[in-house]
Design a binder for this molecule. Sequence first.
Ligand code: ATP
Length: 361
Amino acid sequence: MEIRIEGVSRYYYSEGKTIKALDDVNLTIAANQIFTLLGPSGCGKTTLLRCIVGLEMPDTGQISIGGEVVWSKVAGISVPPEKRGLGMVFQTYAIWPHMSVFDNVAYPLQVRGMPKARIRDKVADTLRFVQLEGFERRPATKLSGGQQQRVALARALVAEPKVILFDEPLSNLDAKLREETRKELRAFLGKLKITAVYVTHDRVEALALSDSIAVMRAGQIVEVGTPKKIYFDADHRFVADFIGRANLIPARVRSHEGGFTIVESALGTVACEQRDVALGSEATLCIRPEFIRIVAGTAQAAHNLVNGRVDSLVFVGEAYEVEIRVGDVLLLAKVSADVTLAEGSAVSFTLEPAHCLLVAI
Ligand code: ATP
């Protein structure tokens, strides 16, 4: 089911001030995708999710799910949450500790008055799907965090929703379990033909899980794209910076030559992936630490050979994190652990133009 959000704003009033939790949001979430709302704390992710669910009434705009208008300020339409055909998984597991796994999952069907035999079959199917077969009689408290999260997922899926919504569902799990559960969730959702809207402020989770990501800031959508587009080819500095570690260096556009955009910067003249930017304009050069390639000896490179000095060197297991000083700029590089470097020594590196991204200031 496609979700369409048109001109949606939500204001809060607190201590004489207006807080624009959502500020004229327009967004189309394609059917059968895992779509993530990503952004810093307070940017409006949860408010947008709650507007889709129907727990929050927008001040302006319209929301449609699968072509049906579920909210319209102008037309005075407000479909209640239980009639929107949605399933929801929250940050807190929101499963009932005093109930068994079976009762937790059966609950949404019991309140609909479904016959008992049918409930038994549907719960069994859903528990098999989330790999909790045989756990029916177990009290919900006697499960691991990851298993409890799967019970919450089963309960959200059992009534066969058209859309499933997740609000930071993994944030209570420890790092290792979070990684495993993320993989499972991706596999479960891949098997279902369902639209999933996922809220997180964890960029790795967003990259690993999503088909599309919308990056939000201060109640607005800044950019929407696939994980790779957002990571490698963002249009906005805020997005490039938020989605991963990046060296951001002021630059001025000098020319467009041989398929590259050439800029002047504190690193000298740098050939970048071509961008449609005006000559003389100011931009930000974005270089990810993993794309700084150290070269040994007196190397030659077709483009972007830069000399600097190793300022600091930190071994982090799979790599060195190296700070390299070039004039006034301190660059962070992630360098293979088998490269020999020493603090204070001279170092040369190259920058592949394809990984020298120009973003708006
Ligand atoms: P987090 O990642 O911290 O959960 P978020 O991106 O989900 O943040 P929201 O919870 O949607 O952000 O909040 C958006 C803005 O609206 C914030 O500035 C928040 O303080 C404000 N806000 C949310 N709920 C209320 C409320 N009931 N009354 C007043 N302000 C609110």
